[in-house]
Design a protein around this ligand. Structure first.
Ligand code: PLP
Length: 375
């Protein structure tokens, strides 16, 4: 089965990991510092806080922004559930705002309508790798005293108006899961334009431990002394995985070029068919295409999915609107609250897209789809 996504691992990655296996540090060592520095150069923002997954990154980010009971977090339903559930876990109320029909990203008008004096964070997702409308969303969030979070699990290496993803929103989170654009097996990262947020993120990632002598409440306790001032978790990313990330990063431009080329090949091969809607790109955006989200009208998505699966093509669907998960349904969220996202979901099918996918395979997928729609 041809998967919809897969990692690109080469011999240099394997050797880099093996070298750390032989070193003194399996975790909290020099490879962590190096990876965070490498990411900071890509994002143009430092420091970077590496964490153990994209989900951990969201939990850390919300906690660092002070999200808790009584707060509202506005987010998109067209995402992996962690974008919403990490805010729910902290006791906040999640408010779903609808998406723009072209990009599948949070619609600024819908966010505007959903803002209240309890809104603490507006959390957008760079769906499929296309950056959110940061300018509009940040303006709306800031006018209401809220911060903008960009869940960039899909979009490391992308940019908007020439500025890299990571440098755009108040806080940005990343995932390095194997199907994403760059992998550390499991892993993630948090960056912020605000020093206080990043300081809290650093502590939350490491159980809340404080070691800085200037901050200790009992500085004379002894040289071994450390304190916890706020609760945290152990979300550290070990050296073994950080070194894989550092080894992958120099190939990020090549990964992007190949993802661009495959996207262009699908676009050309599937153009001009009324039944299909191809992904669109807004002016100023340079997406890191993580998904190729094709839409098929007339209720034929499931049939196309099964047709591709029957031909060994592992397509995927991204995503069930988050509020339709039973955990949210049980809280009283009802289907139909975001009609644009519902329609997007009903039509969407993600085609195989990863750097080692061959043109021959892309053409086979195109031919199967053209055959299916009779084009
Ligand atoms: C993958 C993903 C996450 C979670 O990342 P993990 O590393 O799998 O925990 C969060 N948000 C989005 C949009 C994702 O695609």
């Amino acid at each position: 089965m041809l998967p919809y996504g897969r990692q690109s691992i080469d011999e240099s990655d394997i050797e880099a990991v093996a070298a750390v296996m032989r070193s003194d540090w399996l975790t909290t060592g020099p490879a962590v510092t190096a990876f965070e520095g490498d990411l900071a150069r890509i994002f143009g923002v430092s420091p970077v806080v590496s964490v153990s997954s994209g989900t951990a990154a969201l939990h850390v980010a919300y906690a660092a922004m002070g999200v808790g009971a009584g707060d509202e977090v506005i987010t998109t339903p067209l995402t992996f559930i962690a974008t919403a559930s990490c805010a729910s876990l902290l006791g906040a109320t999640v408010v779903f705002a609808d998406i723009s029909e072209d990009t599948g990203n949070l619609d600024p008008n819908a966010v505007s309508a959903a803002m209240t004096n309890r809104t603490k964070v507006v959390a957008g997702v760079d769906y499929a790798g296309h950056p959110i409308d940061v300018t509009a969303l940040a303006e709306i969030a800031h006018a209401g005293g809220a911060l903008l979070l960009e869940d960039a699990a899909h979009s490391i290496g992308g940019s908007l108006d020439g500025q890299p993803v990571g440098s755009l929103a108040d806080v940005t989170t990343f995932s390095f899961f194997p199907t994403k654009n760059l992998t550390t097996a499991e892993g993630g990262a948090v960056v912020s334009l605000h020093d206080d947020v990043i300081d809290r993120a650093v502590r939350f990632r490491s159980i809340g431990l404080v070691r800085d002598p200037a901050m200790l409440r009992s500085p004379d306790e002894g040289p071994w002394h450390q304190e916890v001032h706020a609760f945290g978790l152990n979300y550290r990313l070990p050296d073994l995985l950080c070194v894989l990330g550092s080894s992958q990063l120099p190939r990020l431009p090549a990964f992007k070029a190949r993802r661009d080329a495959i996207t262009a090949r699908y676009n050309a091969g599937l153009a001009g068919i009324d039944e299909l809607r191809l992904p669109s790109c807004r002016e100023g955006a340079d997406p890191m295409w993580h998904l190729y989200p094709l839409r098929i009208r007339d209720g034929r998505r499931r049939a196309l999915f099964e047709h591709l699966r029957a031909n060994d093509i592992g397509a995927q669907v991204n995503y069930l609107p988050v509020y339709r998960h039973p955990v949210y349904a049980d809280l009283g969220y009802r289907p139909g609250m975001c009609p644009v996202a519902e329609e997007y979901y009903a039509q969407e099918i993600s085609l195989p897209l990863f750097p080692t996918l061959t043109d021959v395979d892309v053409d086979r997928v195109i031919a199967l789809i053209r055959g299916f729609v009779g084009a």
